[in-house]
Design a protein around this ligand. Structure first.
Ligand code: HEC
Ligand code: HEC
Length: 223
C-alpha cells in the first residue's frame, strides 16, 4: 500500500526538482493571494491596535519583543499579513497555542487587523548569533544544501531575514533562538502544520538537530 500523499517522500533524484517547483509554486501562489485578496482584508489601525494590544504585553512584552518567558516569539516589526494569518489560525486552533486560545477567542477580524498593524509598526528586534553556529547557519540560510534537498531560506525569508511582507513570509531576523528552534522541530514532526503547501514541513524534514540549532542562532543575529 502507498503511504498517503502528504507523508510520501520524493525519490532522491527528484527532491531538488520538487523543492524548486515548490519554491516557485509557493511564491506565485502567495503573490496571487496578495494581489487578489488585499481588498477583502480588514484595514488595520495602528492606534486602535495599540489599545487592544495591552493584553498581549503580559507575554510578548510592551515592545512586542521583550518577553520574559521562554519560547515566546517577538512580534515587533513582523509582517502584518503574517501576523493576521497566525491570529486567525490560532483562533481556529489550526495552529495550537494553548496559552493564547482564550485571548484570541473573542477577537474580531477588525481586532486582529488592528493589533497586527500595531505590532508591524514597532521596531524589529536585534539579536546575536553564537560564533560556533555562524558558519553552518550562514551556509544553509544563504545556499541551502543541494545534496540534502534543502532550499536556501533566503529565497523566501530574504537575504536580510526580513521576510516578504506582501506574500506573508515571516521575518526571522532578530527572532528568539529557542522559539525558532521549537518551530523548526514542530514543522519537522508535523505538530505545526499551518504552512501553506507544506512548505516548511518539506524544508525542515531534511534538517538534523545540529542544522536546526545553527539556523536558529544564525537568524537571531541576521539583519
Ligand atoms: C499567556 C501568554 C500569551 C499572551 C497573553 C499572548 N500570547 Fe501570543 N503567543 C504566546 C506563545 C507562547 C506563542 C508561541 C507558541 C508556539 O510555540 O507556537 C505565541 C505566539 C503568537 C503569535 C505567532 C507569532 C509567530 O511568529 O508565528 C502571534 C501573532 C501572537 N502570539 C500574537 C499575540 C497577540 C496579538 C496577543 C494579544 C492580543 C497575544 N499574542 C497574547 C503567548 C501569549
Ligand atoms: C518556499 C519558501 C520558503 C523557504 C525556502 C523557507 N521558508 Fe520558512 N516559512 C515560509 C512560510 C510561507 C512560512 C509561514 C508559514 C505559516 O504561514 O505559518 C515560514 C515560516 C517559517 C518559520 C516560522 C516563523 C515564526 O515566526 O513562527 C521559521 C522559523 C522558518 N520559516 C524558517 C526557515 C528556515 C530556517 C528556512 C531554510 C532552511 C526556511 N524557513 C525556508 C516559507 C519558506
Amino acid at each position: 500500500m502507498r503511504p498517503p500523499k502528504s507523508t510520501r517522500i520524493p525519490r532522491k533524484g527528484a527532491i531538488i526538482v520538487t523543492i524548486q517547483n515548490l519554491v516557485k509554486s509557493v511564491v506565485s501562489a502567495a503573490l496571487l493571494t496578495a494581489l487578489s485578496s488585499t481588498a477583502a482584508l480588514a484595514e488595520g489601525s495602528v492606534q486602535a491596535g495599540q489599545e487592544k494590544a495591552a493584553t498581549c504585553a503580559a507575554c510578548h512584552g510592551a515592545s512586542g519583543n521583550d518577553s520574559v518567558l521562554p519560547n515566546v516569539p517577538k512580534l515587533g516589526g513582523q509582517g502584518e499579513r503574517y501576523l493576521v494569518k497566525q491570529l486567525h489560525e490560532i483562533k481556529a486552533e489550526i495552529r495550537k497555542v494553548a496559552l493564547m486560545t482564550p485571548i484570541v477567542a473573542n477577537m474580531s477580524e477588525q481586532d486582529m487587523a488592528d493589533v497586527a498593524a500595531y505590532f508591524a509598526s514597532l521596531p524589529a528586534a536585534r539579536g546575536a548569533v553564537e560564533k560556533s553556529k555562524l558558519a553552518l547557519g550562514e551556509k544553509l540560510y544563504r545556499g541551502g544544501d543541494a545534496k540534502l534537498g534543502v532550499p536556501a531560506c533566503s529565497a523566501c525569508h530574504a537575504p536580510d531575514g526580513k521576510g516578504n511582507v506582501s506574500a506573508g513570509y515571516p521575518a526571522l531576523s532578530g527572532q528568539d533562538t529557542p522559539y525558532v528552534e521549537v518551530q523548526l522541530k514542530a514543522f519537522r514532526s508535523g505538530d505545526r502544520n499551518n504552512d501553506q503547501s507544506d512548505v516548511m514541513r518539506m524544508v525542515s524534514a531534511r534538517l538534523n538537530d545540529k542544522e536546526i540549532a545553527a539556523l536558529s542562532s544564525y537568524v537571531a543575529g541576521l539583519h
